[in-house]
Structure formats: structure tokens, C-alpha cells
Design a binder for this molecule. Structure first.
Ligand SMILES: [Zn+2]
Length: 105
């Protein structure tokens, strides 16, 4: 797979926009590391939307960038009139409640 990536300015928040161009098959994906906007025209995965804080921070860590805080993301989303993320605490509580009790056989 041949890919080429470069950084551009996000048209929504003016933040760090990673653009990944693939030649086989040809498609382009965009990931904003500040507001979480993503867009792709990859066959079978076409779409766009906003990533949540954990997904944004996974991407930022792979690029050696500092972690984005929940407050920063909320401030950016309010500025661009995007969806405001829920506090991370709610998400965490949800995961704990769903985890089944584990017992040794
Ligand atoms: Zn952005």
C-alpha cells in the first residue's frame, strides 16, 4: 500500500489536520487532531464525523503530540459549533457497569 501524508490547516477549527493520501486504491482520509473531525472517501468506509477524545488522543500519541484535555476539546467544539463531548467520567462509569464479573474457572 502506498501512502503519503502531510499536515494542513483544519477548515473547521484551524487546528492540526493530517491528510493521508493512498494510491492503491486511490482515496484520501483527513483527521483533525484538535477538533476530531474526520473524513474519508475510502471505498466501503466513506463518511465523516467527529472522533471522541480517546480516539483523538490515540492519534496524537502516535504522532508524539501532547494529550488533548476534555476542556480543550469542549472549548474547540463550542467555537466551531460542533457536538460537545460528554464528560469523560460518564463514559468511564458506563464501561465499568457493562464489564461482566470475572471468576477463575
Ligand atoms: Zn479541526
Amino acid at each position: 500500500m502506498a501512502t503519503h501524508s502531510y499536515v494542513d490547516e483544519c477548515e473547521l477549527c484551524s487546528g492540526h489536520l493530517e491528510i493521508i493520501e493512498n494510491t492503491r486504491p486511490p482515496h484520501t482520509s483527513e483527521e483533525c487532531y484538535d477538533c476530531g473531525w474526520w473524513e474519508t472517501n475510502e471505498e466501503g468506509y466513506e463518511g465523516s464525523g467527529f472522533r471522541d477524545l480517546n480516539e483523538i488522543n490515540d492519534l496524537r500519541m502516535m504522532d508524539g503530540m501532547d494529550e488533548l484535555s476534555h476542556e480543550d476539546l469542549v472549548a474547540t467544539r463550542i467555537r466551531i459549533n460542533g457536538p460537545v463531548p460528554l464528560p469523560p467520567y460518564d463514559e468511564y462509569a458506563c464501561v465499568i457497569n457493562r464489564r461482566p464479573a470475572s471468576r477463575d474457572p
